[in-house]
Ligand binder design. Structure first.
Ligand SMILES: [Cu+2]
Length: 340
């Protein structure tokens, strides 16, 4: 009888890794849904269907070297400035200087000019080579400063999210939606492959935002300086411990957009990707509810009471799943090591 019991126990222990793997395989919301019943019988939150990655947008183009397709007005302006103004000017200047150099080297070479010219001034040329660069700089400065001003003139936000950098993962808070929090870790390579996510860019918890909404992003850090950057939005903001930096974006196209930490922040700097999923307003509300949050103006729903309990353990499980970064707790002790 005792042996039977031991065998039973051994079997149930062996089943645990399988269960963990199953949770690992399930999409993120399923994981939080799995945590919910343990807390309380929440009215079954519908499993949120996440979007599949699209190789044409929101991620580096294989073999590509150009700027990613932009999906914000700021990004489109910046792309125009780069592609239609700066690149042509740079190209023309490079070719012009190359031709001048070649001309001077051949025309005024020592062999053909045994008696060197003693010319030291030419007023006309001096005026031209002072004025032309000034004019070129003015032509560049006007759209450049306009773009900079536009980036800093934040329209009235429709949604605020708080982004916190950690060595080496991101946490996201949604203060307008019941203040739930997500812990976002990179997917292990095998898992990313299984889900069809690009290598080193897939995460277990995506940031989900509505399309055509001004999203205010408050960026800070728990340990060292990170940088929250999403190329398709033309967004990049340093995450500095003890400081709240602010930026914004308004994505005009639904899709899945990847980014990466863009400030050297330690050994796993290259392994803290960002994934922002832009969805319709209805889908956003659906996602918020699946996370135990609420939409602004919504009376605290029945699910709101168990929400913090349901929302908190879920990210912790997810953080543990990839087996990459430590959960939030040890982070506070990290800055000392970070100075090495
Ligand atoms: Cu970082």
């Amino acid at each position: 009888m005792k042996t039977l019991k031991t065998i039973m126990m051994a079997l149930s222990l062996a089943a645990i890794p399988v269960a963990v793997q199953a949770q690992d395989a399930a999409p993120a919301p399923a994981a939080s849904a799995a945590a919910a019943p343990a807390a309380e019988a929440v009215p079954a939150a519908p499993a949120f269907q996440h979007r599949a990655p699209d190789v044409d947008i929101g991620q580096p183009i294989p073999g590509g070297f150009k700027i990613q397709p932009q999906v914000t007005e700021i990004g489109e302006d910046a792309q125009w400035l780069h592609n239609s103004l700066l690149m042509p000017i740079i190209t023309i200047i490079c070719i012009f200087v190359l031709i001048l150099l070649a001309y001077a080297m051949i025309r005024f070479r020592a062999k053909a000019n045994p008696v060197p010219s003693k010319t030291s001034h030419n007023t006309l040329i001096e005026i031209v080579w002072t004025l032309v660069p000034v004019l070129i700089l003015l032509v560049i400065a006007v759209p450049s400063i306009r773009l900079l001003a536009h980036q800093y003139a934040q329209p009235k936000p429709d949604l605020t999210i708080k982004v916190i950098g950690n060595q080496w993962y991101w946490t996201y808070q949604y203060p307008d939606n019941g203040d739930f929090e997500l812990v976002s870790n990179m997917l292990p390579e095998a898992e990313a492959k299984k889900r069809g996510e690009p290598r080193l860019l897939g995460v277990d918890e995506r940031v989900v935002v509505p399309v055509d909404a001004v999203v205010k992003v408050i960026v800070t850090s728990n340990d060292v300086i990170h940088s929250w950057a999403v190329p398709a939005f033309w967004t990049k903001m340093d995450a500095v411990p003890g400081r709240l930096n602010e930026t914004w974006f308004k994505a005009e196209r639904e899709g899945l957009y990847y980014g990466q930490c863009s400030e050297l922040c330690g050994a796993r700097h290259g392994f803290m990707p960002i994934a922002v999923e832009v969805v319709s307003k209805d889908k956003f509300a659906e996602w918020v509810h699946s996370k135990g949050g609420k939409m602004p103006g919504e009376a605290a729903p029945a699910a709101a009471a168990p929400a913090p309990a349901a929302a908190t353990p879920a990210p912790a499980t997810d953080a543990a799943v990839p087996g990459t970064a430590a959960p939030a707790a040890p982070v506070t002790s990290q800055p000392a090591t970070a100075q090495n």
